[in-house]
Ligand binder design. Structure first.
Ligand code: MIC
Ligand code: SF4
Length: 651
């Protein structure tokens, strides 16, 4: 029987287990990427493993998130990452070179290879046919150390793209349509594989916008075939030697099929505060905009910004609207500067930001009180912009640029001026990799520079057979890692300082969480569906761990966060009967009993001591995960191999 693309790549990389649905397999990771806000922790963990050099084909350390440098902290972290990368054989992408996913797509993506990145939008590289997965920093550190990556064999969903996009409708609208249909938890345990005649009309950057936002569906990853369009992209990037053709066999099988008729798509918008709260721009109506922000790893390619420049050329941004633009990479910025498009953008009144994540992660440009911001980004979670009362919408660059001119949300097809996108594509990008620094050669002595902001990370203790603790917080469905461990300009500089960061755990929704947790010493979190969606930040597990959280009981979990909890030795358990969730209140005293037997039987008994009832929790873990939990986390479980762990950790 024929194979789909996912099966082809997985079967070439499988090192343990069988490619059977739902079973756990280990795959070989060819390449890794880290970015600075998850990277400091990942490199501390790599150091704790006591290896000499990374074992991957190529590993990259990017600096793109923490770019404001309001104090010494960010600069120190950059130096730490640069020196540790140098020591372990990792290529270093200097601050200013661009957003990890954009630079990776341009310069380092390879069809058919596997990539593990400590960022949830690593699947962006699926746009060229790479099997690219986001994970917590520890899993990426392990991959750098040559360990395989464990995943449950995902369901493969074929997304059949029919026809061709109408003018002014973009690939962002395709993925917003999918989010509307599937929701932010619709992709959990799945990989979306794109096919159909519509694929050939989409350029690589357009495809990458779609695979990037597959993260918002909760998917393990998303992937496109590698075809003639991909080849053109590699040729223009002067990397033809990295290209290979990759397509599904004609008789390939899929777990399910979704059809999207591109001709019928409208210009879409995701309304506050969730990427799946999708409507058409016309349905949403005339929303007045205080801010428009263009950029992020979703929509900051050369092609995206050329379209923006063409729309803005000869126009002015509305007087009540602030337009900010962050190109995705130095390559993009340089191309725009050389061909004059940057001048068109500047002359419209747009504010130019550096090539980084910037406002997407609340690093500057936070909107004013109650302000409305329209962004080409991928996430509009509550509070993520840095302003809790702000209302953030997500849309395509076309919608954003036209709307910035009017100052109101506008379907670009309703613009009363001509828009010309002729001759935007290029057959040669400017190639200059001088901001990628190659590591020192093997054996060379390298000193790792560690600033005072870099603190040891918390390590759990061995699992006990029972947990007796209060429910420190009870949350709703779809709680994001931005709720659990917020990130903004004030907090991001402390990603290597868990004791400080933990003071702000859950602070956007509950200012008292950290104090309550500390007062109680041990605690439990009770949550609804899709707990921990969004970012791959391990800090959303490490900060609760530091505050004494030993178990999270949820209706369901997001994939990366569940793995991060297990890696930290925190029990991630699911309600067997979702109704039990309703019967528990914050500060109820719970007891998890006979945990060791429960882990063996995949079912743990709990007792609510305040309300006097018993309930059961699903303990759905692989054998490997059970061992990790028993040891008190993944680093403990590999401690025998890593003599340094003791010194680097606080208990
Ligand atoms: C995000 O988009 O939420 C981030 C910031 O890039 C995160 C990583 C982080 O929290 O540092 C992600 O997507 O994994
Ligand atoms: Fe950066 Fe935003 Fe992309 Fe995350 S989603 S990597 S913060 S640009």
């Amino acid at each position: 029987m024929g194979k789909n693309i996912v099966e082809k790549i997985l079967s070439r990389h499988i090192v343990e287990g069988d490619l059977l649905k739902e079973s756990k397999i280990a795959i070989k990771i060819d390449r890794t990427l880290t970015q600075d806000s998850t990277g400091t922790m990942a490199y501390l963990q790599l150091e704790a493993m006591g290896i000499d050099r990374v074992k991957t084909k190529k590993s990259l350390a990017y600096i793109d998130h923490n770019m404001l440098q309001q104090g010494f902290e960010n600069a120190d972290d950059h130096k730490f990452i640069q020196t540790i990368a140098n020591k372990y054989g990792i290529y270093f992408s200097r601050p200013g070179n661009g957003i990890c996913h954009q630079v990776n797509l341009e310069r380092f993506s390879v069809p058919g290879d596997t990539l593990l990145g400590s960022d949830s939008h690593t699947p962006t590289a699926g746009g060229v046919g790479m099997l690219a997965i986001g994970a917590g920093g520890l899993d990426v550190a392990l991959a750098m150390a040559g360990e395989p990556y464990y995943i449950k064999v995902p369901k493969v969903v074929k997304v059949e793209l029919k026809g061709r996009l109408s003018p002014m409708i973009s690939s962002k609208d395709i993925v917003l349509e999918l989010l509307k249909r599937e929701s932010v938890k619709g992709g959990v345990g799945k990989i979306y594989e794109y096919s159909g005649e519509g694929v050939k009309y989409l350029s690589v950057p357009q495809r990458a916008t779609i695979t990037n936002m597959g993260a918002e569906l909760g998917a393990t990853t998303s992937i496109f075939p590698s075809d003639e369009r991909t080849k053109e992209f590699f040729k223009a990037q002067d990397r033809l030697e990295d290209w290979l053709e990759l397509k599904a066999d004609l008789d390939a099988n899929y777990d399910s099929v979704i059809e999207i008729d591109l001709e019928k798509l409208d210009a879409m918008v995701a309304a506050p505060h969730s990427p799946d709260n999708v409507r058409t721009c016309r349905e949403e109506g005339r929303v007045k905009l205080d801010q428009v922000a263009i950029g992020s790893c979703t929509n900051s390619s050369y092609e995206d910004l050329m379209k923006v420049a063409r729309i803005l050329k000869g126009k002015k941004v509305a007087a009540h609207t602030s337009l900010v633009i962050a190109p995705g990479s130095r390559q993009v910025m340089e191309m725009l500067a050389k061909n004059g498009a940057l001048a068109d953008i500047i002359s419209s009144g747009a504010r130019i930001l550096e090539n980084s994540c910037g406002p997407c992660i609340g690093m500057g440009q936070s909107p004013g009180t109650d302000a409305v911001s329209l962004r080409t980004f991928n996430r509009n979670f509550y509070g993520r912009s840095g302003t809790n009362s702000a209302r953030v919408y997500l849309a395509s660059p076309e919608v954003a640029a036209v709307s910035a001119i009017y100052g109101y949300l506008t379907d670009p097809r309703d613009a009363d001026f001509e828009i010309d996108f002729e001759n935007i594509s290029v057959d040669k990008f400017i190639i200059d990799d001088s901001m990628i620094i190659a590591p020192a050669s093997e054996g060379q002595e390298v000193e790792v520079v560690r600033g005072p902001n870099i603190k040891p990370f918390p390590l759990n203790t061995k699992l006990k057979n029972s947990i007796f603790a209060k429910v420190i917080i009870k949350t709703e469905d779809n709680i994001t890692t931005d709720h659990i461990m917020p990130s903004n300009a004030k907090l991001l500089p402390y990603r290597s300082n868990i004791p400080y960061l933990s003071e702000f755990c859950f602070s956007t929704i509950d200012q008292e969480f950290a104090r309550r947790a500390k007062d109680n010493k041990v605690g439990i979190i009770v949550a609804g569906e899709n707990y921990g969606q969004g970012s791959s930040r391990e800090h959303a597990a490490l900060a609760p761990l530091y505050l004494g959280i030993r178990a999270v009981l949820a209706k369901s979990f997001a994939r990366i966060h569940k793995a991060n909890l297990i890696n930290s030795g925190i029990l991630a358990l699911e309600f067997e009967n979702a109704e039990d969730y309703k019967r528990i209140d914050q500060m109820d005293q719970l007891e998890l009993v006979e945990i060791f037997d429960g882990l063996e039987n995949a079912r743990i008994k709990a007792i609510n001591r305040d309300k006097n009832f018993e309930f059961y929790l699903r303990a759905s873990f692989s054998r490997e995960e059970v061992l990790i939990l028993l040891a008190g986390g993944k680093l403990n479980s590999i401690k025998q191999k890593a003599s340094l762990v003791e010194e680097l950790c606080i208990r």
